[in-house]
Ligand binder design. Structure first.
Ligand code: HEM
Length: 236
């Protein structure tokens, strides 16, 4: 009964909901990036694109955006409970690791709700519906599609270090312990923001790593390694 009669039990249940929702969200994100988008680029995919955009994508986007919302909400609720109930401080090593993942997760949540979903709803899906009814596509659809594509690839990139740092919170003891060092946060936040801004406002050559699935995965692994090394160096 500890599960429902103690604060720790509730934290456990919320953490369980948190990663259920997280798996739903990141699962659909990876489906879009690793499976659906490459399929749309094939001949058969090109033929199926309009039907899929009208019939399948809206449902996939429902699970995607609400998965993101529940992951985000339960994640920050847990952080508030750790601070309020357990007296954990923001400068705790465990908190540094959680927040490194949480900051990336929060930017990813922003990308879903404020870039990818509006672009899909108001442009890609609406255009596919218009064309199916013999009307014109919504003006600006290719540009919005490209922006949403970069945001989606950037979320895939972030998903790798985000999961590493979140999972490391209780399972990689010793790393970034007791730090919350100013230098660590300046470098970490600077890098994370640079990656995000590059997706949203950059154009062309600086975004080459987002042009392929393999480039995106390598960039995600690269960011993980850099953040890890900085975390080790500031504590050595
Ligand atoms: C959106 C921002 C996010 C915030 C603020 C956040 C916050 C948290 C917090 C506070 C914990 C508890 C850590 C602990 O007690 O050790 C946690 C754990 C976890 N989170 Fe997140 N999270 C976010 C996004 C995600 C996403 C997108 C996923 C994707 C699957 C995810 C997967 C996990 C997993 C698997 C754990 C369990 C780690 C463990 O117990 O070892 N989180 N997260």
């Amino acid at each position: 009964m500890d599960l429902i009669t103690t604060g720790y039990g509730w934290e456990f249940l919320i953490r369980f909901l948190h990663f259920l929702a997280g798996v739903c969200w990141i699962g659909v994100l990876w489906y879009f990036n690793f499976i659906q988008t490459p399929f749309f680029a094939t001949e058969l995919g090109g033929e199926a694109k309009s039907a899929m955009t009208r019939g399948l994508v809206p449902n996939a986007l429902w699970w995607f955006r609400w998965g993101a919302m529940f992951t985000f909400g339960t994640g920050w609720l847990l952080i508030l409970m750790y601070i309020g109930m357990d007296g954990m401080s923001l400068s705790d090593g465990l908190m540094t690791r959680i927040l490194t993942g949480g900051v990336m997760g929060t930017i990813m949540w922003y990308n879903v709700w404020f870039i990818i979903w509006p672009a899909q709803r108001d442009y890609a899906i609406q255009s596919a519906l218009n064309v199916a009814e013999g009307k014109d596509p919504v003006p600006g659809t290719p540009e919005k599609g490209a922006l949403a594509g970069r945001a989606s690839r950037t979320n895939t990139l972030f998903s790798i270090p985000m999961l590493f740092f979140m999972g490391s919170a209780r399972h990689l003891i010793g790393f970034n312990e007791g730090s919350n060092d100013m230098i660590y946060w300046i470098v970490a936040l600077g890098l994370i923001l640079a990656v995000e801004l590059n997706a949203v406002i950059g154009t062309g050559t600086r975004q080459k790593y987002l042009a392929s699935v393999s480039g995106t995965i390598h960039a995600g692994l690269g960011l993980l390694v850099v953040l890890y090394v900085v975390g080790v160096l500031v504590n050595s």
